[in-house]
Design a protein around this ligand. Structure first.
Ligand code: GAR
Length: 193
């Protein structure tokens, strides 16, 4: 069984889609949710699904390596970021080489980087008058949103779209594809979806 951890800071709709997808899997189990916010919606999602939660503070994430012990206690071998606000510290990257992925709500390399999170990304897409947006799943390295791209899926930006409608369209893609992409990577199958 492969145990994965989901790192998330927000509502947790992606975390919920991932948890639901792997609920009856014989190969993959969501073993831990790590959140940077004690009152994030994702914590409720985890509790509802009886998944252990670790809340990290900036201090214990960046000034200690406590998180490694927590990950190892839960036998975590793969990390999935799903709306995690903070950068992943080097000691975690070193311990999980090519085993940390992220989803970004736009077509990288456009509209990524520090501070580009959630709504802000959709607003940037609208301001740039893009005709297409979508999702990008990529490996995580020490630079925000610059790791190798694994998968992208596009959707159109229509003239009457605003940040709310774009977010809804993009999140539909996220919920449909992110769990499947995770599964393909974990089972070492080509990601062709
Ligand atoms: C998702 O749309 C994800 O792509 C985005 O945060 C949202 C979290 O929503 N991530 C980023 O913007 C990363 N830069 P959720 O809590 O409902 O899953």
């Amino acid at each position: 069984m492969i145990h994965l951890a989901i790192f998330a800071s927000g509502k947790g709709t992606n975390a919920e889609a991932i948890i639901n997808y792997f609920r009856n899997s014989r190969d993959v189990a969501v073993g831990l949710v790590v959140s940077s916010h004690p009152d994030a919606g994702v914590i409720e999602v985890a509790k509802k699904n009886r998944i252990p939660v670790a809340v990290v503070t900036k201090e214990n994430l960046y000034d200690s390596q406590e998180l490694l012990e927590v990950l190892s206690r839960h036998e975590i071998s793969f990390i999935v970021l799903a709306g995690f606000l903070w950068y992943v510290p080097a000691y975690v990257l070193e311990n999980y080489p090519n085993r940390i992925i992220n989803i970004h709500p736009a077509l990288l390399p456009r509209h990524g980087g520090k501070g580009m999170y959630g709504r802000k990304v959709h607003e940037a897409v609208l301001n740039a008058k893009e005709t297409e947006t979508g999702i990008t799943v990529h490996y995580v390295n020490e630079r925000y949103d610059e790791g190798e791209i694994i998968f992208q899926k596009k959707c159109s930006v229509e003239p009457d779209d605003d940040a709310t409608t774009l977010e809804a369209k993009v999140q539909r893609l996220e919920h449909e594809y992110y769990p499947k992409v995770i599964e393909k990577i974990l089972l070492q199958e080509p990601v062709r979806l």
